[in-house]
Write a protein that binds this ligand. Structure first.
Ligand code: ZN
Length: 297
């Protein structure tokens, strides 16, 4: 009897491990939230790397292999990860096709910013045609994402539904608790005007009361012209905007110019989980971002 229990437990663990739900996510952010919701019932792999321009991920054969084995896929949607369409198709996995039980579009339920009105053409840039897809950078949206993931996991693994529901609620409570800290830490940033390379942080800025003065890109995905940069430098100087937020995968030549000509501080920030030291999970991503912003002199 003394040794009976551990053997039973081992047996249970083996069963759980064998039955783990294989989830493939587009990004590390979605992977982090899926881990929080799925707990020990899931194994999760992200296709995109943490420090990658998510608009431009090169499809690889290994991605197809991962998707072929997956029971569920979680994508950002809003055309950000349009590169996943052909991969899902190539995987020939009916379980994760659009509309199938194992297909989760994490943008479901999100209120999108900057949805274009009227005809979308090249004048708006070649990306963000359904609005700004960088919604995961508002922690409040993390709760919406978690709900979509919990619903998806409950469809593909009904036996785990109570666990997913409970984990989802725990995750939301943790966001609420941390939001108080983040808002307090970000209080000195309220009203601060910033320039960002791309419209990556619009959801983040809105949540924490910061203002987007301008972007280095004249339109999402379009590199700046000399005329745009000159106008930007003039406006930054005139309006005393001295902070530029960029990501490691964007070219430095334009932001270097702003540092020199507009005497701006250029801050390179993570845009996904794993993109910087300390940003090891979804909560860490905001810890790092807010700390770095607050520490700018
Ligand atoms: Zn974008």
């Amino acid at each position: 009897m003394r040794y009976g229990l551990p053997i039973v437990l081992l047996g249970l663990l083996a069963v759980c491990a064998a039955a783990a739900v294989d989830v493939v996510t587009a990004t590390t952010d979605l992977a982090s939230i899926t881990r929080a919701v799925g707990g020990t019932r899931v194994t999760v792999a992200s296709l995109a790397l943490p420090d990658q321009d998510l608009h431009r991920v090169d499809p690889r054969p290994s991605f197809v292999a991962k998707l072929a084995r997956a029971k569920m896929v979680v994508r950002v949607g809003m055309d950000l990860d349009a590169w996943m369409d052909s991969l899902i198709q190539a995987s020939r996995n009916a379980k994760i096709r659009k509309g199938a039980a194992g297909y989760v579009d994490a943008s479901t339920g999100i209120t999108p910013l900057e949805v274009p009105t009227g005809k979308v053409d090249g004048a708006h840039g070649d990306i963000h045609i359904y609005g700004n897809p960088h919604y995961w950078l508002d922690p409040e949206n993390g709760k919406v994402i978690a709900r979509s993931i919990a619903a998806g996991l409950s469809r593909v693994d009904p036996a785990g539904a109570p666990t997913y529901q409970a984990n989802c609620e725990t995750f939301a409570r943790r966001i609420d608790a941390r939001m108080k800290d983040w808002q307090a830490q970000a209080a000195p940033l309220k009203g601060k005007q910033v320039v960002t390379y791309h419209t990556t942080w619009n959801y983040f800025l809105r949540r924490f009361g910061m203002t987007l003065a301008n972007t280095v890109e004249p339109k999402p995905g379009i590199p700046p012209s000399a005329a745009h940069l000159n106008a930007l430098i003039a406006a930054m100087t005139r309006e005393r905007v001295t902070l530029v937020m960029t990501a490691g995968y964007y070219p430095t030549r334009f932001t270097d110019l702003l540092a020199r000509e507009a005497k701006a501080t250029v801050l390179t920030l993570p845009t996904s989980v794993g993109g910087a030291k300390g940003a090891e999970d979804y909560f860490g991503l905001f810890d790092v971002t807010i700390t770095k912003l607050r520490d700018v002199k």
